[in-house]
Each structure stands twice: as C-alpha cells, then as structure tokens.
Unconditional design. Sequence first.
Length: 235
Amino acid sequence: MMRFRIDEKVRERYPQVEAGWLVAEICPKPADPRVEQWKGDLAEELASIGLSMDNLASHPDVAGWRQVYSSMGVKPSKYRSSLEALLRRVLKEKSLWTVNSVVDLYNCVSIRALLPMGAFDLDKIRGDIEIRFGRVGERFFPLGSGEPEEVLPGHVVYADSEKICTWLWNHRDSRLTGLDEGSRRAVFVVDRAFSPTTTDLGQALDLLWDKLEETGARPKARGICSAGVPEQELP
C-alpha cells in the first residue's frame, strides 16, 4: 500500500501546512473542448475578482507563497510557486499553454481555487510519496530539456523512495513522474503552507473531482494531510 505523508521537519517549520490528494483513473488527450472552454474563461474570472498584474504580488495567496519561497532561501521573484506562474500567464497572455487535457484541467482548477496543484503518474512512482526537505547530493530533473538542478537541504520537495517529483515545493515538476498521454493512473496534489485565505483544500478537491468526472476521468478517493494528520494511505 502506497502512503502519502508530510515529514515531521516540514510540519515543524510550517505548522499550518496542508496537502490534499486525489487518486483517479485518467485518459489524457491532446485537448478537450470542455477544458479549452474553461481555459478561455479564466481571464474574465480573474478580472471579476479584481486581480491584475498591478496587485498580483500583494494578493494574500501569492504573497503567502512568496514568503514560503524566501524561507527556502530562494528569490521569490525568480522562483515562483506554480500558482503565481499560472496567474501571471493568464493575466499577461489571456490564456494558458496547452500540455494535455488532464494537465490543462488541473491548471484551470488551480487558478479558480487560488491554490497550487500538481499531479504524478502513479505508475512512475516508487514507494511512498512524501513532502520533505531536500538532502545533500540530490538532483532534480525538470520537465523538458532543462539541466538538472541541485537540491539543497532548505528546499521543500515532493519525493518518492527513489527521486524528487517536484522541486521547491511546487515550482517545477519532474520529467520522471509527470502526466503524459500514456498515463492512466494519477494522484493529484494541492498545497497550502500558511493560514487559509481564499479556498479551503476540501473545496478545491471537490471542484477537481467534479471537473475530472465531467471529462470522463474516474476519481477514486481523496484526502487531506496536515500537521494533525500527517500520513494517509493511497488506494
């Protein structure tokens, strides 16, 4: 049985940490008309809540992650949370890039919930999934053709028993565990490292579950780990 956990040292450093997970059967496609429609609505949705490039950095959900990144010893203006990266893309370009239907779907949910989200191909995971600090000598292999990154002990990562799955909490995904059109089983994750501001993780998981079902995926189970519940079994 695979387990999902938050390491004790991360819980001590970030006592308000929460991490939601959702396991689903998926069948990614190059694009899905419903997801494309959701992507097309994002700029208008952000405008409706008054979010713009002028006030993005001061929004509580963005500013909170900037403080977390500073605490990891990196410049938050250079190394951004996945949430801030998505919001900047929509505010600047009025659209999101296209990866595949499932990745695009959870990116839409991330923006609507104002929470960082990611996903791993369960068939590429070995052992348990853990949110922990980096270890001396570890390297991270980012999506695409980027060079490996050095992982430092102050960096929070998602990792399995063999490798780093995301670096700097949710800044970059690994090419070793990401979803592609051949992926059939996924675990989606959603992060918070500070006090709730906009959407709680349960609401975000509900929205993700509903959108996955609308596009033909089959959600199976979900849960939330925290300082009080640091470990759960994944089906």
